[in-house]
Design a protein around this ligand. Structure first.
Ligand code: FES
Ligand code: FE2
Length: 376
């Protein structure tokens, strides 16, 4: 029997069979693609396998860089069971383990600004670079504070987003996103300023939200009042994909005026659409001339996720009323999607949830890209 990387545990026969099924689906002819069967969204063993492989090896967006501006600004989160502190210090933004090196207490909760992290259990004190600065009454001769630095994970900034990876040898993010740079850099994504964030629990498998956000096939059906007027299904258009991402254009009808000017380098076409992209495994984004919406999906269980979404705006070009309207619109859109995904989740254990044919590239080509990526 094969063992997984890290020798954590052996691949069960069930997971092995499902991986074979995934490989077979990925090698179906391009003009007859099929979606994943329900077990891929509902099987506990398979979810644990994904946590140890696909999810652990991937880059995860943890927020916007402009949420961490001053030295000592920090946010905390749990990702795949790992408690983390994302903190800005003199050398940049880093991802520290939120686990005390003494006896494992969580050091800090929520978000804020600090010069030091003081453990609430026995008061070991760490700098914002993770170094242990003070440990009272630790008089044992063999004790060396230098060996008690907080754990650290890979952390980079791209497009104004902060990405982290839990694997000790992370994949090359720049290689994975090479073609994405040319697609979205005309928007100047790193200059958008955050105006709103929210965190919610959705009762759905993590892959369902990636797929849902990334396909235009459902837009007119699920969002008749919220999105159909601006981004009807019929104008969806597949865009570039690469090693670690996929994308599509949600074009606006001709008679709809552009919603904001955006960056000076944007083409007339770019001003008349939203570009939706996924950075696999767990980030989905919609970028338009004035508005950037990003959802970071944090898988919690096989059938639940924590979703943290942020809204950022270009160059203060929208007034507060318009911003509030956009926030309210996206709250409605998310509620509409969530309702559908939570109902769908309850059907995945059916013997008839066998995975059906996917629509063509403009409508569900991104779902097919995601399946190909999962199979790799
Ligand atoms: S567990 Fe943190 S100081 Fe003891
Ligand atoms: Fe939707």
């Amino acid at each position: 029997m094969k063992t997984q990387e890290n020798n954590l545990f052996e691949i069960s026969p069930r997971v092995e069979a499902m991986n074979k099924q995934l490989t077979a689906l990925a090698s179906a002819p391009a003009n007859a693609p099929n979606g994943l069967p329900g077990t891929f969204y509902a099987d506990q063993t398979y979810f644990e396998h994904e946590c140890a492989t696909t999810l652990k090896n991937g880059w995860h967006c943890v927020g916007r860089a402009d949420e961490l501006v001053d030295d000592g600004d920090y946010i905390t989160l749990h990702l795949l069971g790992e408690p983390l502190i994302i903190v800005k210090d003199a050398s940049g933004i880093k991802a520290l383990s939120n686990v005390c090196r003494h006896r494992g207490m969580r050091l800090v909760e929520g978000q804020g600004n600090t010069k030091r992290f003081v453990c609430p259990y026995h008061a070991w004190t760490y700098g914002t670079d993770g170094a242990l600065l003070r440990a009272a009454r630790m008089n044992n001769e063999g004790f060396d504070p230098k060996t008690c630095k907080l754990g650290e994970f890979a952390c980079v900034e791209r497009f104004g987003f902060v990405y982290i990876c839990l694997h000790e040898n992370p994949p090359d993010l720049d290689k994975e996103l090479a073609e994405l740079v040319s697609l979205i850099s005309p928007y100047e994504p790193d200059t958008y300023k955050i105006a709103h964030s929210a965190t919610e629990i959705w009762n759905t498998n993590w892959k369902c939200l990636v797929e849902n956000f990334m396909e235009g096939y459902h837009l007119s059906v699920v969002h008749p009042k919220t999105l159909h007027g601006y981004t009807p299904t019929g104008l969806s258009q597949k865009a570039a994909s690469g090693d670690g991402f996929t994308s599509y254009y949600a074009n606006y009808p001709q008679d709809i005026p552009a919603r904001g000017q955006g960056a000076p380098g944007l083409s007339p076409e770019a001003k008349h659409r939203s570009t939706l992209f996924a950075v696999f495994p767990c980030q989905v984004v919609s970028i338009a001339p004035s508005l950037l919406v990003s959802l970071s999906i944090r898988p919690k269980t096989v059938d639940s996720i924590e979703v943290r979404w942020t809204m950022s705006f270009y160059n203060n070009e929208l007034d507060q009323d318009t911003i509030n309207q956009r926030i309210a619109l996206w709250e409605d859109v998310n509620t509409e999607d969530r309702e559908k995904l939570e109902i769908m989740q309850s059907a995945f254990r059916s013997v008839h949830a066998t995975g059906g044919p996917l629509a063509g590239p403009d409508y569900e080509g991104t779902v097919h890209d995601f399946l190909l990526w999962l199979a790799k």
